[in-house]
Design a protein around this ligand. Structure first.
Ligand SMILES: [Zn+2]
Length: 248
């Protein structure tokens, strides 16, 4: 394992040597959007970066920087939330991957945490594969975390899973004592499920439709121990599965 894996913190010869041996880069698309009064706006970006950093270490390669901002139009009614248009996001991903293609990187692993990025990320991945002849694998780290940890890491918004995710990145950014206005979890779970249907479904316009206060879940359940366990197990899962998928 390397002691440093972030491309922008390494020297050019170090990165060149890495790309010549692995031909692989890890990228963590971000999102900057409201996560209630107890978690920072960058929660999803920080979650993806923390896990992607651990994945890059396991794969002996580098984590390539992307903008912290992603695709979050349905959080815009809360001040501070930022979004790219999907086409901007796709163009940014394409430009970074084209740079990497020039440097002998032909395998791209995206470690994503934000559900709102997923559609644009697939389109970007398809485009990158066709234009630059790179093989793209996407890991949806929030889904993997929920799959591995179940009730301890629920797919809510700013609940136990995302609080643990920020603890993983920087515990000083979490203040659970401010989490005083959760929306009803049964109501929010039911509405989230409507938008997450796979066969016939509406498109989420504004997150008030899911959670009128902007968040729901159980942030008080998150601990540093859970955060460490998520980092270890989710990064291991992604590294192993990515190895299989790149090998096909
Ligand atoms: Zn989130």
């Amino acid at each position: 394992m390397n002691s440093e894996v972030r491309l922008e913190r390494l020297t050019q010869p170090e990165v060149e040597a890495c790309f010549q041996s692995t031909h692989l880069a890890v990228l963590a698309p971000g999102s900057v959007e409201q996560h209630g009064p107890h978690l920072p706006l960058g929660t999803d970006a920080f979650a993806a970066i923390a896990i992607a950093d651990a994945v890059a270490r396991r794969l002996n390669t580098v984590l390539v920087p992307l903008p912290l901002v992603g695709v979050s139009p349905y959080h815009q009614s809360w001040a501070g939330s930022l979004t790219f248009q999907p086409q901007t996001f796709i163009a940014v991903v394409e430009d970074i991957c084209e740079s990497l293609a020039r440097h002998k990187v032909d395998k791209i692993l995206f470690v994503n945490w934000h559900e709102g990025n997923s559609t644009a990320l697939r389109l970007a991945g398809d485009s990158v594969q066709r234009k630059f002849n790179q093989k793209v694998v996407i890991a949806e780290s929030h889904l993997i975390t929920n799959k591995l940890f179940g009730e301890r890491a629920q797919l809510t918004h700013a609940g136990n899973m995302e609080t643990a995710a920020v603890l993983m990145y920087d515990p000083s950014l979490v203040d659970v004592s401010k989490a005083t206005n959760p929306s009803s979890q049964p109501d929010a779970d039911a509405m989230h499920a409507v938008f997450r249907q796979k066969d016939v479904f509406p498109i989420l316009r504004d997150f008030h439709q899911v959670a009128p206060t902007g968040w729901y879940g159980n942030p008080g359940e998150a601990t540093i121990e859970l955060a460490d366990e998520i980092r270890t197990k989710v990064s291991q899962y992604i590294a192993e599965r990515a190895g299989i998928e790149f090998g096909r």
